[in-house]
Write a new protein. Sequence first.
Length: 549
Amino acid sequence: MKASPFSRLSTLVAVILPISALASPVITEVTAKQRYPWNDKVDIICTVSGIAERGGKWAFAVSTVNPDSGIVDTVSHVRVLREGMESDDLSISTNGDYRLVWNAAADLGEKATFSNMVVRVNLASDRGKVQLWADGPYWAETNIGADKPWDYGYYFWWGDAVGFRYDYENGGWDASDGSSQDFIFDVDTVPTYGKDSATLQSLGWITADGVLVPEHDAAQMQWGEGWRMPTDSELSALNGNCDWTYTITNGVRGWVVRGRNGFSRASIFLPAAGSAYKNYLHEPSWGHYWSSGLIAESTEYSYAICFNAGFHSMCNSARSDGRSIRPVLGVVEVPGGCSAPFPLDTRTGIRLARTTEPLSYSTLWNDSDGVSIAIDGTEVFAAAAPASGDYAWDVSAAASGLHALTLSDGVETLSAWFSWKPAGAESVFVEGVAIPIAWLEEEAADILAANDGEHAAAAVAMAANCVNEVWQCYVAGLCPTNASERFLATVRFDTNGLPEVRWAPDLNEGGTKRERIYTVEGKTNLVDKDWGPTNEATRFFRVKVEMPQ
């Protein structure tokens, strides 16, 4: 008999949090029920409406929330029931009732216990998207109005949500929705030009934070699905956090923008689409891409990123000119204008440090006192605003134990904790368990190589069975590179009706030595709150394996 991973489950709560009331369909009447008898699966039933009105490309996105800790985890083992068959295709294009089948044991493992699991159902964009740095937004693979990464797409004045295409046959600019022809991009035809921030806010163009409201955010209005225009800090981070290579793709000049470190395989192509100026296409060897943020002290300019064959940089761009827009999905904003990715361990809030920890930082122009990075309260780096770039913390010089890394811009401070075991140590520690380095090098060599030889990172990497992390395999006695190995328990009842529980592997060899501590617990009814000692009435069992103290 297999025990449910919801071993202390009292209720399964299902909720939907819409991405944007303006841009997203609605999911209602969500229920989630674990199957009984337990077979690892949870049925999630929901109703989708609003797709016909908004259109777009959508796919189900499911996550779990631990209400005790607030930790949110993405669910990956979900299928959609279509005509009685489970399908890996999570995309949807029509309204109606849907049933999702979630393999909870595959995502949570047999050890998970929750008193009140929350299942969160959402709709995410099914468009191509790329993440280029840790905790950063997802960047679209195409411009608005483009079908391919190398297509130019539409051109927008700042605050325009319709977009224009150039009429190569007759000349001039035609609106993408057919509402106008022969539009002229000029200071007299663009309503956001020549107005200060107070006026733009009073007229409903921008928010109090100086960014375009959703109705004038071209990405939100054109695509919906949670897409939006990038902020100026995100464009600045794109400029500073990535490697840029000028190239020609399908006959189109532009830049390949590639992530670094663990994101080095991810990239986007930004075509040099030129800009719309008056009634013609201007500077086709250049690229100009709008942000959603204006320059507060200017009545003429807003932030953009600009490039040609020789350089790429943030720039002040005239609102009356037509520029390209590359949308983003996801919000990575820190009040005060300072943003930095801190990759944390989702279980404890403490990350196992690598030998060198990279940190990317950026500040909003003219809106910050600079940036400061400190280790255990001692400043190790400082820069005046505006600033963006990378800082590499050499953790190998630090002492063993916990270390606090903080980043501050004078308004907001971010903190992250790192656990470090110096070179030469015999073990790395995960949740208080010493994982021998020799064991990692012998049993998890491939996983270690995939993590650049970093023992701490390999210890918390997913094992080949896609159920356990490598350190858990050490505790359970499994081979982390064997996809078929599991820690399994079986139960049978003897002639007197008493349960006999066995498990494999058993590292204690029938009790002749004490390598691990095994504890058998049970329940009479699966919906009972607590696990406890077994007796003749017990019908559900679980086995815990721990290291001796």
